[in-house]
Design a protein around this ligand. Structure first.
Ligand code: SF4
Length: 237
């Protein structure tokens, strides 16, 4: 039989997530919607973003767009020409093949270069379809759905994963893949976009992987990691 405490746990975590959101909005603001890419462009953009930074991804994306007049032209181009255009983003051979394969498959399966049909699917169905592509994992799928189609999917990158774990919003051993499901249930869909971007910013600027700045963190009274570290230093000193 479940204890009354365990029944209250999801509610407590939901409240905690909302409080984290409120405090991050207070310091970083409510993120304005970024200029939206169409879903095919967003897919190419996210494949380019793997293992590189935003600046190099953007340069590679712009070079690809200026070298080829359309996504159909990229689809039909030799892999080495795509690779040349995106070299700056790293892993260019692998990314070029993945982009070309994805563009080929979209037109083969849908008869046109468009992912707009995903809007008519359930979030789960759309995720399943996208993650069946080589090189598109749960994070990339969620980014395409949330950023370009405004569908309620919550992307979890390395920062979101780390900060959520330290705060105790997800368990210590929860994988990044599983974290998508858990955070999607925990956080209200209307704040996915801002919550996602603010957690990334907090992870980059404050809750860094190696040396989190816990003493100056506005979330420290909510944070499991901070509580545990403080407890050790109190009992050790
Ligand atoms: S208190 Fe420390 S570990 Fe917790 S969220 Fe803030 S920086 Fe990260």
């Amino acid at each position: 039989m479940r204890s009354p405490d365990s029944e209250k746990e999801p509610e407590r975590l939901r409240e905690k997530a909302l409080e984290v959101h409120r405090r991050l909005v207070a310091i970083y603001g409510d993120m304005p919607p970024r200029p939206r890419l169409d879903p095919v462009s967003e897919m190419v953009d996210t494949i380019l973003s793997q293992n590189t930074n935003d600046r190099l991804r953007d340069i590679a994306f712009d070079r690809l767009r200026s070298k080829f007049p359309s996504w159909e032209a990229v689809r039909d181009a030799p892999v080495d020409e795509i690779e040349d255009a995106i070299r700056i983003a790293g892993l260019s051979g692998q990314k070029a093949r993945r982009i070309k394969e994805a563009l080929q498959r979209i037109t083969e399966e849908r008869g046109e270069m468009s992912l707009d049909f995903l809007r008519d699917m359930s979030v789960e169905g759309a995720k399943k379809w996208l993650t069946s592509f080589n090189g598109i994992g749960p994070k990339t799928a969620a980014i395409i759905l949330l950023f370009s189609l405004d569908m309620p999917a919550f992307p979890v990158d390395t920062h979101v994963h780390r900060v959520s774990k330290r705060l105790g919003l997800i368990g210590e051993k929860v994988s990044r893949e599983k974290a998508h499901e858990i955070l999607e249930k925990l956080v209200p869909p209307e704040i996915y976009y801002t919550f996602h971007l603010n957690l990334i910013r907090h992870g980059r600027e404050v809750c860094k992987a190696r040396k989190p700045k816990c003493e100056s963190c506005v979330l420290n009274d909510l944070c499991d990691y901070y509580r545990a570290v403080k407890h050790i230093s109190v009992s050790g000193g």
